[in-house]
Ligand binder design. Sequence first.
Ligand code: AHM
Ligand code: MG
Length: 330
Amino acid sequence: MEDSRIALPIGTTLDRFIKKKQDEFQYASGELSQLLRDIALAGKVVNREINKAGLINIVGAIGTQNVQGEDQQKLDVLANIRFTRALSKGGEACAVISEEDDEIVDLNNHGRYVIAIDPLDGSSNIDVNVSIGTIFSIFRRVTPVGSPIQEIDVLQKGSEQVAAGYLLYGSSTMLVYTTGHGVNGFTYEPSLGEYFLSHPDMSIPEDGAIYSINEGSFNSFAAPVKNYVNYCKEQKYSGRYIGSLVADFHRNLLKGGIYIYPATDKDKNGKLRLMYECNALAYIIEQAGGVASTGTERILEITPSELHQRVPFFVGSKNMVEEAISGFKK
Ligand code: AHM
Ligand code: MG
């Protein structure tokens, strides 16, 4: 089949990129484009708040409030508000599910899209000035537009995602996303307030030499995971674990590597959430040529049973993930 991807040069603004790429969407109505713009905009606002995080105690100490006159809030709560607000304004989203909310948040029955979001992943890293991220998935609702939102609109398989992405608030801020036609990365230039295409058509090397796992829990890993970690050491791979999923994932995407959050004694199904973390990253990694699995099942094929479901997560370079999960098949 002919590849319909339109190549755009490095430096293209996100807005222009979205406009040019709109024809690739199955439903080229412009609504999905608008949703991506809304998320990108909320990302700018959250980025601004994060950059001030280290100043919060100082601001508190000198008895001031933030510019809007609001009391300072925890950043993950604030990020949740920012993204939900941005998504509710446009009217394209009928509902949001968020790692920060227990229930589905209804927005607008006339919207066509459902958004699953982890507004600020790795937020325990804020206090120590380590990179954090936002992760999102976009689905089309399955019930008729105009009717009340139902659980089946939300509990969809990852393979039904129409777009997914993340924002990484790191040494620079990046937006990386896919609409199922490859993965593209944009770097935010704060003085201009624009995202620019910096990483076109990203792909993950099939092999890598980085493994990312919390080895402090080694004793409670299942035998195949222990064996794989030992194998990584024998191969003299580099162990790199920031403990901030988006940052670990992004590094491995660029360099080749594997990220694992397996089942442990404490977290029998792993720690990460299918709907807010794993689905989006699984879609991105597959689009970039990698693999995402629970160890026994492709992440994108899991039919979710509940909003906050957790799954073991093996994600990264194809050959590494296949090797890591091979022990589960014996
Ligand atoms: P969170 O959603 O509560 O922030 O937890 C997710 C984070 C990931 O970013 C990270 O990879 C993982 O938890 C680290 O967990 P651990 O400290 O158990 O290794
Ligand atoms: Mg999270």
